[in-house]
Design a protein around this ligand. Structure first.
Ligand code: ADP
Ligand code: PMV
Length: 554
């Protein structure tokens, strides 16, 4: 059992504010001048050095073999990777032209039920949301030896010289990990070797900003050094996200999934995604991405439960439980999760998930029986919710059955209220969260609970089908007047996806499509700007073509 007291998770609502003031942010033209990005594409590599995992031509062509397998026959699945032979794993492609820029994307999540309890071995039910992170990878020609992180939203811009990185430590036979390995803890010696390179990141920034930058940089570097090789190609990794950081919506999990997917694609260890990919094969790829994303999450958080990266990589919704941290979690994939209309309200109140998790740990020590009983009750709430949504009564398509549908939704909504009450009793709410609950309760439009770590962050409201539009408009005004931001979403979207090459077609027969250049991507303004440029679907971007997703069996 994990008591979570030792967590280092960082939460900070000031990230976006810091962007505005970041006068030193590099522009793409500066990057281009620095790296002469006109040399980016169409170089043919003849570097065929036998390296465990690195594909030295920078392309992301997929391997013909994908031998690790996952048992996806049952809906309740603990994914296991089979061991496989070295020759199959390391079969190399003949050199091919260097990859054009490509993009990966992964969603944020809401925990619908079970936050905090999940840290103590109980179940949590979590679902993907439409907010997402997007990572553009621009491979540079072999004459360059730098890797650059351009994480625009948080104002991080850092370049490492690939040859100066501690490959000798990461590549040592006693340390070297394979792309299919399950890593459940960070290696202190690897962290130590990496430390000076992380410490150099944003060294002159304020403590708060530096910590956020270094967390993200550490997640990238640990994965880059674990999955890459001294022959890794120079590249620029440009990240934009529509997920507010530190608000309980899984921003770090989504960033970690993007990094993991991008690096695994670059070393050609992922098959697909492609539309006719067998779901079992897709499940293996998702799990491979998820495992390394969890390593990234550990770099950012210390000791996460793993629910965020699991939802972000696979999408849709999951029932998640991890009682033994040395083993993979038990995950039930809820591929038919109902399309619940949800209002997400952000308190815009910064908080630290680590602090909230520690509060529950302390309460468990001071009032062990009472606290354990509350955690057990949350478990029951989550299990009841799961039973409800997997029963045939839920999401009844029969419109004549309106009364039954209203009753079912109201029964489900009551679980929101109960779960929130228990979280309040655990001490992880906040006056701003209680204010949201109060305003929503007055408007009588649905049932509200906090989501994620609490102590600030976000609340979610399950909307009544018969909520009055007038009440809804009034609520929006009241929320805005008190500096809450809100948006509606449906739960259960796609997980990690790829846009390769980074060219979009807008549902027309146009030739060529719209190439996403780095400058446009960096300078897209706000969530709308990012989504208009690269959005994967949903809302206004329904017809966006080009994006492909790994999808488990439906
Ligand atoms: N847009 C982003 N770009 C780079 N890193 C990000 C971004 N959003 C979040 N992160 C990383 O994730 C961390 C936030 O994680 P956390 O506090 O757990 O919030 P959440 O609950 O949203 O996951 C940040 O400190 C940063 O390291
Ligand atoms: C409190 C907890 O259950 C959820 C935290 O969610 P978030 O990082 O605030 O999105 C912690 C965890 O699961 O790692």
């Amino acid at each position: 059992m994990q008591n979570g007291n030792s967590r280092k998770k960082n939460g900070n609502g000031s990230v976006r504010a810091s962007n505005k003031n970041n006068k030193n942010r590099v522009t793409v033209s500066e990057l281009q001048a620095r790296f002469k990005t006109d040399e980016i594409i169409t170089t043919t590599s003849n570097n065929d050095e036998d390296n465990n995992t690195d594909n030295s031509d920078g392309s992301i062509l997929t391997p013909s073999t994908s031998s690790p397998t996952a048992n996806t026959n049952s809906s309740k699945t603990t994914v296991k990777m089979a061991s496989h032979t070295k020759s199959a794993q390391h079969a190399r492609k003949i050199s091919s032209p260097m990859a054009p820029p490509f993009m990966v994307s992964a969603p944020g999540k809401v925990i619908v039920f079970g936050e905090h309890a999940v840290v103590h071995g109980k179940a949590a039910l979590a679902a993907a949301i439409s907010l997402r992170s997007y990572l553009l990878v621009t491979t540079l020609s072999k004459s360059h030896r730098n890797v650059t992180l351009n994480f625009r939203d948080i104002g991080l811009d850092h370049t490492w010289d690939i040859d100066s990185l501690p490959w000798n430590v990461f590549q040592h036979p006693s340390k070297k990990k394979m792309y299919y390995d399950l890593v459940t803890e960070l290696d202190p010696e690897l962290l130590e070797a990496m430390q000076p390179h992380v410490a150099a990141v944003s060294a002159n920034e304020t403590d708060d900003v530096r910590k956020i930058h270094q967390n993200s940089a550490a997640a990238f570097l640990y994965l880059f050094l674990s999955l890459g090789s001294p022959n890794s190609h120079a590249a620029i990794y440009t990240l934009r996200s529509t997920i507010p950081p530190g608000a309980g919506l899984g921003s770090s999990g989504s960033v970690s999934v993007c990094i993991s997917a991008a690096l695994l694609l670059q070393i050609r260890t992922l098959a697909g995604p492609h539309p006719d990919q067998p779901p079992d094969e897709a499940a293996v790829q998702i799990e491979r991405i998820n495992r390394w994303a969890f390593v990234g999450e550990m770099c950012i958080h210390g000791n996460p439960s793993g629910v965020d990266n699991t939802v972000s990589s696979g999408g849709k919704a999951v029932l998640f439980r991890r009682d033994d941290y040395s083993k993979p979690p038990t995950v039930t994939f809820l591929n038919n999760f109902p399309e619940l209309p949800l209002l997400i309200v952000n308190t815009n109140q910064s908080r630290s998930t680590a602090v909230e998790v520690a509060k529950v740990g302390t309460l468990l020590k001071t009032h062990p029986q009472v606290t354990a009983a509350m955690l057990d009750t949350i478990d029951q709430v989550t299990i009841s919710a799961h039973n409800m949504i997997t029963s045939s009564d839920f999401d009844n398509d029969d419109e004549d059955d309106e009364d039954t549908n209203t009753e079912t939704l109201s029964k489900f909504g009551a679980l929101f209220r109960i779960n929130h009450g228990l979280l309040v009793s655990l001490g992880v709410s906040h006056p701003r969260l209680e204010r949201i609950r109060e305003l929503v309760d007055y408007s009588n439009i649905g049932w509200t609970k906090l989501t994620g770590g609490g102590g600030g962050g976000c609340a979610i409201t399950l909307l009544r089908a018969d909520a009055s539009p007038q009440a809804r408009r009034q609520l929006d005004r009241s929320l805005a007047a008190e500096n809450f931001s809100s948006f509606e979403t449906t739960l259960g979207g796609d997980g990690v996806g790829v846009l390769y090459p980074a060219v979009l077609r807008n549902g027309s027969d146009e030739e060529g499509g719209e190439e996403i250049d780095q400058l446009k991507f960096e300078n897209a303004v706000g969530n709308d700007g990012i989504e208009r440029l690269v959005g994967v679907g949903g809302g206004v971007q329904e017809k966006r073509e080009g994006w492909k997703f790994w999808r488990r069996a439906g």
